[in-house]
Every structure is written in structure tokens, then in C-alpha cells.
Design a protein. Sequence first.
Length: 409
Amino acid sequence: ELTSHASMQQMAEVWRRMYQYTVLLRKCAEHSWRNRHLMVRRAVVLQACDVVLGDLSPALGSLYPRGSLKRAVTSYESIPLAPTPAALAAAAGLAPPPAAPERNEWQPLVPGSTGGGQPPASAMVTPDWTELFGMISLLVRSARAASMISGRGIPPTMLEAPEDAPPLDEWSARCVGSKMLYNTALKQGRYTRATVDVLTHVCYEVAAASDSAAEVLYESVSFSNPDATAHVFEAIDAFLGIEDSLTTRRAGLVLSGQSDLLTQWSTNQESNPRLVCVCLRSFTPLARRHKAVMDELRPAVHAWAPWALRFLARFRDARAADEEAARIKFEQTPTAVPPPAPSMVVYGEAPEECGLAWSVRAARALENLRGLVAELGGDPDALAQPEGGAGAGGPTGPGAAGGDDVDAA
């Protein structure tokens, strides 16, 4: 009865009263591998994905009539991670506040990779599917993976009793392979850990799943705001860290395939310079973590490094001028209100860096990028020199944004 279609569908309709129900489902899955195998056979993965996706479920129109699945519309809202109270105190040079237990506290997947974060207060008025995604992760990692069925090995993420693991039913497998599921989950940082566990499990030794995941990650970065990229880079980090025969292929997908992040950022220099600044700030520590990424970047360093170095230098100078003008205006106007400092969680930054001014963040991003270019065998000073005057493009790829465009943005 707990896992019947009617019971599961009630979650979307009365989600405010269903949190303990999702906790119970997850605890049932955590209890033993026998419970998980039974839940897999009962197609609980499909039922849980239907709760999240509603009328976007792949099963709609086949298993269910169109319009029959309930959904909580706010499940699709983008909710970035917010700096923790401790991070805000560190940024302000204050003593950390006393620790308080919080439900579903978010932790970075890679220790030290970000300054940490937690769901903001606005998350309290939206459905919390953290426990549900946790259950999905446990069940998927207890089922027979595609790599096992094809004889290409057992994923490291596989839980116990792989020899007895049942395969996912057809429609559960379709949901787990659905780009819509990951696009929805990656809109909210609190679902990242469970989502990445599922993603790395299904991508192990499966080229088609890896190609689809690369597209999802590309789209997640494309549609992110500057303050909502940390958990996406955590997911990219885990995706690139899958150790199998496709590791090099995944690095190529992210950096030089159809889902090419560097080309995306180059194109967005003028339209979204703050997002590009944050992405380049996160990109340097991400690249250094993965040998396959460094190997992919090295031969093309003269193609992408020029525009990136020039952009960060211009963006730093433009933001520094804006900040100095704002400071002077505040000092000269007694009634003026000081502009709020940006406060965000950024992959690769320490907790106390959550409140950096844009000029400082760009300067640190530029310093780190120069170091990376040098490690790759390039000369950052030579590559940063403009070619054919201000605003000229690099040797290949899109041209850099002009100074006026960065100022206007």
C-alpha cells in the first residue's frame, strides 16, 4: 500500500503533509538490500519519478492517460544554494554562529570544492523531494546496471548483492534515462548528491548515457544564474571523475563536443558576463582535478585561453571602476544606501569568499587561469595580448567582448 500508485500520487497533491512519508520510503530502502530489490521489482522508481515529473513523465500517454498525473508546479523552480551562516560570518570577519541542526543540510560532493551551502529560506515554500531523490538513488544503485547487463562491469556505485540485483523495469529505466529528470533535479542544489549518484551509476561504461548526461550538464550551466552554478559544477566534477574506458570521451564531450562549455562561455561574454566570470572561476580548479580534462585542454590552449584571459582582465577593470564610482557616490551623498555586496556559493571558493566584490572575484579568477594556462604549456602574458586592436577575437573561435559591452552588462 505504501508504494501503490494512488499513495505515491498523493505526494504531489498534498506535499506539505508528505515529508514524513518520503522519509519512511527512504528508510525502507536503507534498511536492507532485500527491501530495495522488492521496491525495484514493484517499479517504485517509476512511481517516484512520476511524482517529480508529473505530466512530463515519459510514461504519460502510454501507461497513464494524458493529464492524469498530478504535479506540484513549484517542483520545477530554480533554487540555488545560499551561503551558510558560518560562511557569511567568516566573510564579514565575525565569529561563527552556534551550530544549529538543519533538515537536509547540503554538503559538497567533493570536500573543499566549494564554500559549502544550504537551501535558502525560499525553499521552505516549495516541495522538498530530497528524501524521494535519496530513495531513487538507493534503488537505482541496487538494480542491475546497463553495464552489468552488457557484460562491461559493475559500477563502483553499485550497492551490495549485485549478483541478485533485479533489472529496472522498462518504464523505470526510461525515467532514469530521461534528460527531463536530471534537468529538473539540477535546478535545485539540495538534490545534487542523489542526482549525481544516479547519473554516475547509469553512465558507467555506457556511451549513450554519457552523451545524454553531457547535454544535460551543458544545458544546466546555460540556463543558470551566476549564483546557481556551484551544484552544477559539483555534478560536472563527478561526471568527469567516473573511472572507466569512457573517461577521455566524457572530457571531450564537455570541452570540445556539441556540449562544449568553453564555446558557450565565449559566446556569452557580452550577454551574461557575470555568469562567464563565475564559470571561469570554477573551471580552473575543476580542470586541475582531472587528468583527462588537462589532456583535452593542452593542445587547444592557444584557441581558448586568449579570449578567456582578455575577458577576465576587462571584466575586472570594469567592475573595479563601477565599485569605485559607487563608493564615491556613497561618501558624497549622506542619504545614499550602500549597494549590497554579492553573496553566493561558488565552486572552488572558500567559505569566507562568498561575499567577494565582483572585481576581486574576477581578479582571483584571472590569477588562477593564468596559472592553469602556464601549467598547460602556454604563455599567459603573450596569449592575453590583443590581436588587431581591442575586441579582436582569438586565433580561433568567437571574438572577445569589447570593454564597453562588459561595462554595460
